[in-house]
Write a protein that binds this ligand. Structure first.
Ligand SMILES: [Fe+2]
Ligand SMILES: [Fe+2]
Length: 363
């Protein structure tokens, strides 16, 4: 699982986090923060992948071959490769790492729970492999965080974070998208830094290519599950697909714009970056979703901008505190809801799902 994350919170203004502060930050639930999930295991037990058996077995063989086995094990010479960071950039970078580790670990916990609670061998095998990968990813980020003098206590996070219940089909839509958008984000940053190596201010970015291939494959697995159960992509379920596309895209847009220094340091414009990531994700999602969002439409873009502005105002009011600020925040939350609704009602583009379900990570 990947990047549905933002942290607003108690770390602001303090570059000297302790482990506990950082864990508290990761535990905190905000609308934009990565969540932990539970689901209906009995229903997942009945999942049938027979219609895609050939592709399924091929994919499981890829997981078993484990070509990234050693990728996350090597020594990283942080001191040699890390640039000097301003306290403000350091803070945004730590925010980025904390939300990333929370998302990775959230995937790890969910996949592990499913594996433990189902009897269905196909589902068990898949979940074991995906949990393996996410645990490597989370561990790798934790090493980077430790080097920065902070660490997230993952055991504490697992115990203390609130869990959101999602029906299996919502898990399929949401994790499919977050895996694929995670791939699109990592590969876009990686390709950019290939062209501008002087902007690679931390060694972690060198790991992104193989890393995102894991995420890509996770997304492929969820795509196969949905392809094997086409009712998930028809009728009123299309409304859910549309909802999750918008929720994931708009969350990412708002959250990325809360980290201007991070993108400046990478030499990227967050708006351009986000629309590039939407383009890639939309292109990929045509393998399974019956519709795509029209992210190029000026009205759609204006709606996302409005959501971003509202978020900025809400964050400022949170800092201010007091009754007046709280009332204003209620008004702004309503405005955000209305803007989201308008975006939801914005016309989408129909997509004919192709014959061939699998894609290669060619971006
Ligand atoms: Fe993943
Ligand atoms: Fe991951």
């Amino acid at each position: 699982m990947n990047q549905m994350a933002a942290i607003d919170g108690n770390s602001k203004g303090n570059p000297n986090f302790t482990t506990n502060d950082t864990t508290a930050q990761a535990v905190k639930d905000t609308l934009l923060a990565p969540r932990f999930y539970r689901t209906n295991y009995a229903e997942m037990d009945r999942l049938d992948v027979e219609p895609v058996r050939a592709e399924w077995d091929k994919m499981l063989a890829e997981y078993a071959a484990d070509n990234n086995h050693d990728h996350f094990r090597g020594e990283v010479d942080y001191d040699a490769e890390m640039h000097e960071l301003s306290p403000e950039l350091r803070e945004e970078f730590i925010d980025f790492l904390v939300s990333s580790i929370t998302a990775e670990y959230s995937g790890c916990v969910l996949y592990n729970e499913i594996k433990k609670n189902v009897e269905n061998q196909d589902v068990q095998d898949l979940m074991a492999y995906m949990a393996r990968d996410e645990s490597r990813h989370a561990g790798f980020i934790n090493r980077a965080l430790k080097h920065l003098g902070v660490a997230v206590d993952l055991g504490f996070l697992k115990r203390e974070k609130d869990y959101t219940y999602f029906k299996p089909k919502y898990i399929y839509y949401a994790t499919y998208l977050s895996e694929k958008i995670g791939y699109a984000r990592y590969i876009t940053i990686f390709r950019h830094l290939e062209k501008h190596p002087e902007k690679r201010f931390h060694p972690i970015f060198r790991w992104f290519q193989e890393w995102c291939n894991d995420e890509f494959r996770h997304g492929e697995s969820l795509a196969l599950i949905m392809r094997a159960n086409p009712h998930l992509l028809r009728g009123y379920n299309k409304l859910w697909v549309r909802f999750f596309l918008l929720a994931v895209y708009s969350t990412m847009y708002v959250r990325d714009h809360t980290r201007p220094l991070l993108y400046e340091a990478l030499g990227m414009d967050p708006t351009e970056f986000d629309f590039r990531v939407f383009d890639i994700t939309t292109e990929i999602s045509k393998q399974v979703f019956p519709l795509t969002l029209d992210t190029d439409s000026p009205r759609f873009r204006a709606g996302l901008e409005r959501l971003r502005e509202i978020n900025v105002e809400i964050l400022a009011l949170k800092q201010r505190g007091g009754l007046g600020a709280r009332i204003k925040r209620l008004g702004l939350s309503a405005a955000a809801g209305l803007t989201f609704l308008k975006l939801y009602l914005h016309p989408t583009k129909p997509n004919a799902i192709p014959e061939e379900p699998r894609l290669a990570p060619v971006w």
